[in-house]
Design a protein around this ligand. Structure first.
Ligand code: HEM
Length: 225
């Protein structure tokens, strides 16, 4: 099997976590923040879901940086506890000191997890937080809304992240060594990175190929080197 195509085997995932196993891994991307009372801002983010097979829980952590300056911004970590009935409980501790207990549902056929705060603690003004995560086409996107003592539930964050290959690589070569039909195949499957045919067919263009470790979209991903 080509490196990076491995799926987490049955033994590597607790049964309770199996429906959400597409999430496990490292995701990187960018987001935008806004709220009626603040200036909007852009950030980069690294988010990780990790799992020990003997525990019915996924550990979650994320860090963000100011997109322009690279300065660290918000970070948070916690635990996701999916139940067999499609409900899920999430606890999160934020770098600001705020803590959340979130409850909600997951539907991995739709690739969606919806959360609403049952408890927000140690917060000066936040009253409620909702989070919606969506996994589609090798992409994890989320939207966070919050209500404060002055403002009703309004969007605060949206972000979109790509999964980082577990173990990558494979072909590092000259694209011109592919036959036309192979190149056509490449064009067809490069949905994850939105490559165009002209980019793929660039003469002497080197590529690196790896696979998105996602059960529903097991497309190869190509990186120009
Ligand atoms: C659920 C997670 C989060 C909560 C509950 C939260 C909460 C808040 C609150 C209550 C405010 C003040 C709003 C106001 O003054 O009316 C705020 C502002 C802000 N938040 Fe968040 N935040 C969260 C996540 C993030 C993240 C991930 C980032 C950065 C990537 C971020 C960056 C900011 C910035 C830059 C401001 C404006 C600060 C200022 O202008 O003083 N927040 N947030």
């Amino acid at each position: 099997m080509a490196a990076g195509t491995e799926k987490l085997s049955e033994k590597m995932v607790h049964p309770a976590v199996k429906p959400l196993s597409d999430l496990i891994g490292t995701w990187k991307g960018e987001g935008e923040g806004f709220f009626p009372t603040i200036s909007s801002f852009n950030y980069s983010e690294e988010l990780q879901f990790t799992h020990s097979p003997n525990k019915p829980v996924i550990a979650y952590s994320q860090k963000t940086w100011n997109l322009k300056s690279g300065q660290p911004m918000h970070s948070e970590s916690g635990y996701w506890r999916p139940k067999p009935d499609g409900t899920i409980e999430v606890v999160i501790a934020q770098s600001t000191g705020l803590v959340e207990v979130q409850k909600g549902t997951y539907d991995m056929k739709e690739g969606v997890v919806k959360l609403k705060s049952e408890l927000v603690g140690n917060a000066s003004k936040v009253k409620e937080i909702t989070r919606v995560f969506k996994v589609e086409n090798c992409e994890l996107s989320y939207a966070v809304e919050m209500a404060t003592s002055l403002t009703d539930l309004q969007p605060h964050l949206t972000a979109s992240l790509k999964k980082q290959a577990l173990g990558c690589h494979l072909i590092t070569g000259d694209i011109t060594t592919y036959t036309t039909s192979q190149a056509h195949f490449l064009t067809n499957v490069c949905v994850c990175l939105h490559f165009t045919r002209s980019m793929i067919l660039n003469v002497n263009c080197k590529i690196k190929l790896y696979f998105c470790n996602n059960t529903r979209f097991r497309f190869p991903i190509f990186h120009l080197l």
